[in-house]
Design a protein around this ligand. Structure first.
Ligand code: NAG
Ligand code: NAG
Ligand code: NAG
Ligand code: NAG
Ligand code: NAG
Ligand code: NAG
Ligand code: NAG
Ligand code: NAG
Ligand code: NAG
Ligand code: NAG
Ligand code: NAG
Ligand code: NAG
Length: 727
């Protein structure tokens, strides 16, 4: 009979409410009378099924646990061990049959008004929840509470769920019930103490910890203000797999308990502390409401496929039969029915029973584990794995790959990122923090290869789904990036035949930024553009291409490059455009994308403009006079009641001030007015009823003449006015 892991869809009926948490599936790592919490260094009174770190043994400590070569739980950074009693079926002939272990699920939860102040379990921390001697429900012993958060019988820490397979599930009970009807298993459930005194890592009476007022919720009692994650273990006992089990009252736990009131659980911390700390600080609050570890980056990073196969049940340290059909309960435990508490076991088997052998506690020699190889088992063909590098770039430093970045947890795979960078013309791609993709054609020269064995180096699982061959890909880590290079020599990143990946270059553009570089300015989406003139985007964009574009036509005082390919022109820097940094101190300089048309050059970034002043630019002028006609103020032209000048009119696509005056003079008008770049109005008087009033000419609103971009020809709703007394 093969033990099965619980389905990921296992429900959590005992704990309810919308709280973030995480949970992990676990298979058995060892079975037997091992309990380093209650019986350190010795054979325990009764047998347990243990899940977690492979180094579990009678002498286990934090140091040995964290050095386990593997864990049978799915998070490889958690080498803790968790254990619960074994369940047996006692046949009428006196023999016992081990109810197959159906896997455990371990939950970490944040609950209660102080849930945001939760601390991780410290190295060396251990605890036990439950009372192996209990044989009845104790309604008298309640947790500490107050009016707002009343206490609750501590007996409620234990519950059982009967998974009936179809139809509504019966309510949980604090005792074994109707076991033979639980076709999908009888699930023993234990909540641990989540309140800690902040001092003692373990006390044999477990007075270093206390339950929350509501056990799985509420507040901590005085003296136990250090709130820990609420640990909750479910162990599924495959009761339906016991041959010929017909009598519900014949199931008995390994501590001689046929009731279930004596169900209990033990925990010895074996977490890699940096991972646990980040998980407590992030996943408990921002994690998925359904507890899926893959949805919280730090846990996804240490999520391991095939953990049960990679880390199978270890040989028993205590050499005595515990599995299958056995003659007596391990330790010769007697069955006690209660309701009074069971007496302490004598720890003695009759002399006719052989003493168990004891294998020394396992050392920390790592076992080989299946670990996918970047560049071999995943990634597009023609992509070469360059290695795992640091990307600890903080303020003042550039990243490892700087040109382009994309973040999307759900889609991120190595292949996705490689394709994304290729599609955007980059030779190098890098995956990081499970969800980030970075592209460039050069690696930042300050980048260094990750030291082998660094916790969290490039071992984080990609957020995207598994590849077709079922391999779990790695996507860098926290501050570490897996870098790949497109080795296809025909891949032409920029149409310029320069596949120069791997030639580390300083980030600063080879040719510098030019003396007319003003800096990196924000061009924030949703706000008015920083440069409001014409714009364009070319795949061959370079600083020169943009300068040339903005010099065309009227020409513009400023030009700016953004997002590798875009070019903007303008005569003013809008107030929404904020100077981000001097290039010498690129603290928050987001102009880090290389120009699509020239790798060494920088062409802004997302929402950031590399801004240049056009030193060739000659600003247009208001023509002061043409012949006898002299410039007046400007006059507004509401055009609701006729024009201010109501004589002859013309318009042309090559309008200039000279052309308009010549036209008006030809019909003997004293006034000439140019408007809207190409319109020309003539008149002998300013018609007051038009509503036009004289105003100072404002170059900001002025339009350049259609036929001469160095002259102003009015604007929208106003004209430049010229007058000559004599004709
Ligand atoms: C506990 O249960 C017993 C028997 O049902 C009852 O007499 C007693 O009042 C209960 N005590 C409390 C504190 O509820
Ligand atoms: C056990 O099953 C019987 C018969 O289906 C039912 O009446 C009883 O309520 C069940 N017990 C519990 C505790 O659910
Ligand atoms: C919350 O924690 C603080 C200390 O961290 C403690 O003083 C306070 O009593 C706690 N409140 C509750 C409701 O547990
Ligand atoms: C079981 O009960 C017998 C008889 O009372 C006793 O001699 C023996 O020590 C008990 N076994 C254990 C392990 O307590
Ligand atoms: C446990 O540790 C003690 C003290 O170091 C040692 O004597 C004993 O052999 C160890 N037991 C096992 C099973 O390794
Ligand atoms: C990599 O680490 C080195 C040494 O700590 C540091 O100087 C450098 O800035 C880092 N580079 C990146 C890209 O994070
Ligand atoms: C990530 O990509 C998926 C699939 O294209 C899309 O549905 C989702 O909106 C994206 N998420 C973000 C945050 O962009
Ligand atoms: C890491 O280990 C690999 C294989 O042993 C070796 O080739 C590489 O140089 C090591 N890297 C570092 C930074 O030590
Ligand atoms: C850049 O591309 C545009 C559009 O494809 C083209 O018109 C222009 O001539 C190119 N400029 C350079 C300098 O290659
Ligand atoms: C840039 O950094 C400076 C100081 O480091 C900060 O005051 C400023 O707000 C930052 N600007 C932006 C746009 O982030
Ligand atoms: C750009 O150059 C012009 C002419 O040289 C100068 O008047 C202007 O102040 C410069 N703009 C900035 C923002 O430095
Ligand atoms: C100017 O207007 C007059 C009167 O409408 C018209 O006779 C004349 O032909 C116009 N001149 C031109 C050059 O359009």
């Amino acid at each position: 009979m093969k033990s099965v892991l619980p389905s990921a869809a296992a429900v959590l009926p005992f704990l309810h409410g919308a709280y973030a948490f995480w949970r992990m599936n676990c298979a058995v790592i060892q079975t037997g009378r091992v309990d380093p919490v209650v019986n350190p260094g010795a054979v325990a009174a009764h047998a347990h099924s243990i899940v977690g770190g492979s180094n579990i043994g009678v002498n286990s400590t934090y140091a040995t646990m964290v050095n386990s070569s593997c864990t049978s739980c799915e998070l490889r950074a958690d080498k803790s061990a968790y254990w619960t009693p074994l369940l047996y079926y006692n046949y009428p002939n006196g023999s016992f049959f081990e109810v197959p272990h159906g896997g455990s699920v371990v939950y970490y939860l944040a609950r209660g008004p102080n849930e945001t102040g939760i601390q991780p379990f410290q190295p060396g921390f251990m605890m036990l929840s439950g009372n192996k001697a209990a044989r009845s429900y104790d309604n008298e012993t309640v947790t500490w509470g107050n009016a707002a958060y009343p206490g609750r019988p501590i007996a409620d820490r234990v519950s059982f769920a009967c998974l009936v397979g179809s139809g509504p599930e019966p309510p949980n009970q604090p005792y074994i019930f109707n076991a033979t009807s639980c076709v999908n298993g009888l699930r023993g459930q234990i909540v641990f103490q989540a309140c800690w005194d902040g001092i003692n890592l373990y006390k044999s009476d477990n007075s270093h910890v206390a339950y929350l007022s509501g056990i799985d919720n509420g507040i901590c009692p005085p003296g136990y203000e250090h709130q820990l994650p609420i640990l909750f273990i479910e162990t599924n006992y495959a009761v339906s797999q016991v041959p010929d089990a017909v009598d519900d009252s014949r199931f008995v736990f390994s501590q001689g308990d046929p009731t279930g009131f004596g169900f209990h659980g033990d925990f010895i911390n074996g977490w890699e502390m940096d991972v646990q700390t980040e998980a407590v600080n992030t996943c408990l609050y921002n994690g998925a409401p359904d507890g899926v570890v893959q949805e919280c980056p730090v846990l996804n990073s240490v999520d391991t496929n095939g953990y049960a196969q990679n880390c199978p049940e270890q040989p028993p340290q205590i050499g005595e039969p515990v599995h299958g059909l056995i003659e007596r309960l391990p330790g010769c435990i007697n069955i006690t029915y209660g309701p009074e508490a069971a007496p302490a076991a004598s720890m003695e088997c009759p002399s006719t029973v052989a003493q168990p052998s004891i294998t020394p506690t396992p050392d920390s020699t790592p076992l080989p584990t299946a670990s996918p190889t970047p560049g071999a088992q995943f990634g597009l063909p023609e992509q070469q794995y360059l290695g795992c590098y640091n990307d600890t770039a903080s303020s003042g430093y550039y990243r490892t790959l700087n040109s382009l970045a994309y973040v999307n947890y759900t889609v991120m795979t190595v292949e996705f990122c490689q394709q994304y960078c290729m599609d955007n013309g980059y030779i190098l791609s890098g995956v990081e923090y499970a969800q980030e993709c970075h592209c460039d054609n050069e690696i930042n020269p300050t980048t260094i290869a990750a030291a082998n064995g660094t916790v969290n180096e490039c071992t984080w699982n990609c957020g995207g789904t598994l590849t077709a061959n079922g391999v779990q890909e790695f996507c860098g880590g926290l501050g570490y990036i897996d870098v790949y290079r497109n080795t296809n020599s025909s891949f032409d990143a920029f149409g310029d035949n320069t596949n120069t990946a791997g030639n580390a270059q300083p980030y600063t553009p080879a040719g510098g930024f030019g003396s007319n570089y003003l800096g990196c300015y924000s061009d924030t989406p949703g706000q008015p553009r920083t440069l409001t003139g014409p714009n364009t985007a070319f795949n061959n964009m370079t600083i020169d291409v943009c300068a040339t574009f903005c010099q065309q036509g009227p020409g513009y005082q400023y030009y700016g490059l953004e997002y590798a390919t875009q070019c903007y022109c303008g005569n003013d820097i809008a107030p929404t455009g904020l100077f981000l940094t001097p290039t010498t101190n690129p603290t928050n300089d987001t102009c880090q994308m290389r120009c699509r048309g020239s790798e060494p050059e920088v062409c802004g970034g997302p929402g950031a403009l590399s801004l240049y002043n056009n030193t060739l630019y000659v600003p247009p002028v208001e023509v002061p006079h043409v012949g006898k006609y002299g410039a007046q103020a400007c006059i507004t032209d509401p055009n609701t009641n006729g024009r201010p000048l109501q004589g002859n009119f013309t318009a042309s696509a090559d309008m200039t001030v000279e052309k308009c005056i010549k036209f008006c003079l030809g019909s003997y008008y004293h006034y000439a007015g140019v408007e809207y770049a190409e319109e020309c109005y003539c008149g002998n008087e300013i018609v007051e009823s038009s509503g036009g009033v004289l105003v100072p000419c404002n170059a900001t609103n002025g339009m350049l003449c259609a036929g001469n971009d160095e002259e102003y020809c009015g604007g929208s709703g106003f004209m430049n006015l010229y007058y000559s007394e004599s004709l």
